[in-house]
Design a protein. Sequence first.
Length: 48
Amino acid sequence: MLDEPYGNVSGRRKSAELLKRMRQLDISPWHPDPMAAIAGAEKRGTAI
């Protein structure tokens, strides 16, 4: 999915980038609010 062009209307690239970031931060793909979890991890300094 990351090989698709930016701005793809299907949103697959953006979803793949989000999932990649979540995996880097050890956040579950089923987290109810992944953006808040990413922000929290970055605030705590656990971001890679």
